[in-house]
Design a protein around this ligand. Structure first.
Ligand code: AMP
Ligand code: GLY
Length: 421
C-alpha cells in the first residue's frame, strides 16, 4: 500500500515511523513533514490545510490511504474530498469532525447518547449568560463554542471571573466567531485522562490512555500549551476503567453520530475527568493527541496498518492489537519563550547520541534542515520518548536522552510523569 500522512509535528513523525514499519506498506509520503520524518517518508511540500492539492497529489500518486494528523484538514473536509476520489482516509468527514469544532454540538451529542458529562447550557446573549452564571455561582466553567487555539476555556473560581469570561467571549469577541456562542458548564473535579479509540463508524478499538501535562512549567505552573509531555499508562487506569469508558462514552458516541448521518471514522480522542462518580467527558478531539501519539505508538507490539485499513473499511470489530505492558514517557523540548514569542533557527546538536538504544525515540516536532544541520523551527521542537518496565525507569531514560541533546535555546519540564495534570 501507498500511504500519505498529513502534518508536520511529532505526532506525524510517530505515525510515519509506525506505518513505515508495516510489511503491507510499499511507500510512505508525508505532507509537508519535517527532517525527522524525512528519514522514513518521502516529503511532499504541500501544506496540511491545502485540501485540493492534497487530494490531487493522492489521486495522481496512486495513494491507497491518507492518514491526517491534525484536525484542521479534517474540519476543512479532507476526508470528504478523498472519499469522493475513492481514496481511503483514516479520519472523519467534516460533519463528524464537528465533535472537535463545536463544544455545543458535542454536548448535544453527549446528552442525546446519555454520556456522562458536566451539565451545561449554551448562550448567544450576554445578559442571559450573565444571569445564568449569577444563578449558578462559582466554581463554573465558561467556554467559547468553537476552535480557539486551546485558549477559549476559563475555569472560573469566582462569579466575577466567570462574568468577565462571558463578556470577553460574547460581547468583546475575544475569540472571534468561535466565541459568538458560549457554553457554560458545571465544574468537575478529578485527574484528567486522555483516551484514544480507532473507530470505523460503528465499532471502536481501544488505542490506549495517557495523561498529559498542559502547563509550560514544573509543578503545573505557567501558561497553557499544546502539551509539554505525556505518560502512559495513567495511574489507576485499569482494564475495567477501559471497558467502562468504551461502553459509557466511546460506543454511545459512535451510535449517536451514525444515527445523525455523520458516522465517525478515525481516531477519537476523549478528554476525560476521572470524577468521584466515574469517568466523565470533558471534550472530544477528532485525531490523535500530540504528544500522546509519541507516547502510545512506541508501546505497540503489532502492525498498525491492518487496524487503520479496518477502520476505513468498517471491519474494526475483527481487529485486536497487542501492546507492550510497559510505561512510556514523552518530554517535549520547546523553544525558550513558548507558548509566547520565541526564536527560530538555532542549531540542535547531539540528536544521534540522544536516540541511541531501542527504548528511546527522538521525534521531530518543529525542525528544519539546513545543509547537514538541524535547526529549530517552531514552539514545540522535539519530543523525547522512552519506554521501560516501570514509570520511574522510563522517566530516567527519557531525561538521560534529553540531557544528551545540546540545544541552549530550548527548555523542558523536569517533572513529566510525576502525576501533575
Ligand atoms: P477543553 O478545551 O474543553 O478540554 O478544556 C480545557 C481544560 O479546561 C480541560 O483540560 C480541563 O482542565 C478544564 N475543564 C474543561 N471543562 C471543565 C469542567 N467542566 N470542569 C472542570 N474543568 C474543566
Ligand atoms: N496533547 C493534547 C492534544 O493533542 O490536544
Amino acid at each position: 500500500m501507498r500511504v500519505l500522512v498529513v502534518g508536520s509535528g511529532g505526532r506525524e513523525h510517530a505515525l510515519v515511523r509506525t506505518i513505515a514499519r508495516s510489511p503491507l506498506v510499499t511507500a510512505v509520503f508525508c505532507a509537508p513533514g519535517n527532517p525527522g520524518i524525512g528519514a522514513h517518508a518521502i516529503l511532499v511540500p504541500i501544506p496540511a490545510t491545502d485540501i485540493e492539492a492534497l487530494t490531487t497529489f493522492a489521486a495522481a500518486n496512486a495513494i491507497d490511504m491518507v492518514v491526517p494528523g491534525p484536525e484542521a484538514p479534517l474540519v476543512l473536509g479532507l476526508a470528504d474530498a478523498l472519499l469522493h476520489q475513492g481514496i481511503r482516509c483514516c479520519g472523519p468527514s467534516a460533519a463528524a469532525a464537528r465533535l472537535e469544532g463545536s463544544k455545543q454540538f458535542t454536548k448535544e451529542v453527549a446528552d442525546a447518547a446519555g454520556i456522562p458529562t458536566a451539565r451545561w447550557e449554551a448562550f448567544t446573549d450576554t445578559h442571559q449568560a450573565l444571569d445564568f452564571v449569577r444563578r449558578r455561582g462559582a466554581p463554573i466553567v465558561v467556554k467559547a463554542d468553537g476552535l480557539a487555539a486551546g485558549k477559549g476555556v476559563v475555569v472560573a473560581t469566582t462569579v466575577e471571573e466567570a462574568e468577565a469570561a462571558v463578556i470577553a467571549c460574547i460581547r468583546e469577541g475575544a475569540y472571534g466567531a468561535a466565541g459568538a456562542t458560549v457554553v457554560i458548564e458545571e465544574f468537575m473535579e478529578g485527574p484528567e485522562v486522555s483516551v484514544f479509540a480507532l473507530c470505523d463508524g460503528k465499532n471502536a478499538l481501544f488505542l490506549g490512555a495517557a495523561q498529559d501535562h498542559k502547563r509550560a512549567f514544573d509543578g503545573d505552573r505557567g501558561p497553557n500549551t499544546g502539551g509539554m509531555g505525556a505518560f502512559a499508562p495513567p495511574p489507576g487506569f485499569t482494564h475495567a476503567t477501559q471497558e467502562l469508558v468504551m461502553e459509557s462514552i466511546i460506543r454511545p458516541t459512535l451510535t449517536e453520530m451514525a444515527a445523525r448521518g455523520a458516522p465517525f471514522v478515525g481516531i477519537l480522542f476523549a478528554g476525560l475527568m476521572m470524577t468521584a462518580a466515574g469517568p466523565k467527558l470533558i471534550e472530544f478531539n477528532v485525531r490523535f493527541g500530540d504528544p500522546e501519539a509519541e507516547t502510545l505508538l512506541p508501546l505497540l507490539a503489532d502492525d498498525l496498518m491492518p487496524a487503520l485499513i479496518a477502520a476505513c473499511d468498517g471491519t474494526i470489530a475483527d481487529i485486536a492489537l497487542r501492546w507492550h505492558p510497559e510505561a512510556s514517557v514523552s518530554v517535549v523540548l520547546a523553544a525558550q519563550g513558548y507558548p509566547g514569542a520565541y526564536r527560530k533557527g538555532s542549531e540542535i546538536r547531539g540528536l544521534d547520541a540522544a536516540s541511541a538504544g531501542d527504548e528511546v525515540s527522538v521525534f521531530h516536532a518543529g525542525t528544519r534542515a539546513e545543509d547537514d544541520r538541524v535547526l529549530s523551527d517552531g514552539g514545540r521542537v522535539l519530543v523525547v520518548n522512552a519506554t521501560a518496565p516501570s514509570l520511574a525507569l522510563a522517566i530516567s531514560r527519557a531525561y538521560h536522552a534529553v540531557d544528551a541533546i545540546d540545544w541552549p535555546d530550548g527548555f523542558c519540564r523536569r517533572d513529566i510523569g510525576q502525576g501533575h495534570g
